[in-house]
Write a protein that binds this ligand. Structure first.
Ligand code: SF4
Length: 284
């Protein structure tokens, strides 16, 4: 998920991201309840591509953060701050069902009145035990979907089937939560746009695929020839290609999360509903 990784990136569960990406993101402080691996092990994962070759990525056994240390850190935060839960790994990956570090972190954040932006590919977040503790004035949720075909999705990410993720978004939407579908990365070849536009999803965040050597190897069936723009160590689609894809998405409220500086300025001026917040969170 995060692009720039220094040696402290995977050692600490709490980090403010600086530089190109950190400067653009309003919620650039992240708290990882699990790290050094993610059981979803997505083929396009930026964290995986950066940690794998250093030997710091173990998809089978991610490290759980110590809830006592998290509680101490949360105590130091000012009420009203918004922290991103799961910046390097998914905070609702399967091990959460046993370890429950995310569950207890949410309780700590509620107690301290600190907001949380949860980005996940798991439908677990919409299960009753989590719905009970998510605070509508503190919780901002983005559930990521990259493809709507359950079978195909399994070939490149081991998260909840997209059909369950869509149901989770609809459930959270109906329950009055600040929830968006996160199309991240949106990969034109993988998305059935007609189906996407028929799902009655109200809000989405779009992030386009960027590739490096590792992602190019792991991700199959994508036409990489279009990814001709180099920026920040990755190859990106040019703006006109991104615009063509964006035009196919007819979700009423859409916003673009962007890494390429010139494109970021374009979305900010011409597309994003909130110029100051490309995540377009609903702050109560
Ligand atoms: S869910 Fe996110 S952190 Fe986990 S492997 Fe996929 S992209 Fe990486």
């Amino acid at each position: 998920m995060n692009k720039e990784v220094d040696t402290s990136e995977f050692k600490s569960f709490f980090k403010s991201v600086q530089g190109n990406e950190g400067d653009k993101c309003r919620y650039n402080t992240r708290l990882d309840t699990y790290r050094c691996g993610c059981q979803h092990n997505c083929s396009y994962c930026y964290a995986r591509s950066l940690l794998h070759f250093r030997g710091f990525w173990n998809a089978d056994q991610p490290k759980a953060a110590d809830i006592r240390r998290i509680a101490r850190k949360v105590n130091q935060l000012s009420p009203g701050t918004i922290i991103r839960l799961g910046g390097m790994t998914d905070c609702f990956q399967p091990c959460e069902q046993e370890q429950r570090v995310t569950y207890h972190t949410i309780l700590e954040m509620n107690r301290r009145r600190v907001g949380y932006l949860i980005v996940t590919k798991s439908a677990l977040i919409a299960e009753p035990e989590y719905l009970e503790i998510l605070d509508r004035s503190l919780a901002h949720i983005q559930i990521t979907v990259t493809c709507l075909d359950d079978k195909k999705t399994l070939t490149y990410e081991k998260a909840s089937p997209p059909s369950q993720r869509v149901l989770a978004i609809q459930k959270l939407q109906e329950s009055g939560f600040d929830v968006s579908m996160r199309l991240s990365p949106v990969i034109e070849e993988f998305m059935d746009f007609e189906m996407l536009n028929s799902l009655d999803i109200e809000r989405c965040v779009v992030e386009f695929l960027r590739i490096n050597t590792w992602i190019r190897q792991w991700l199959k069936e994508v036409d990489f020839t279009k990814y001709s723009l180099r920026h920040g160590g990755y190859c990106h689609l040019p703006l006109d290609e991104k615009l063509k894809i964006l035009d196919k998405i007819h979700i009423p409220e859409k916003t673009v999360c962007e890494d390429v500086t010139e494109h970021y300025e374009y979305w900010r001026k011409h597309v994003n509903p909130n110029r100051e917040d490309c995540c377009n969170l609903r702050i109560l």
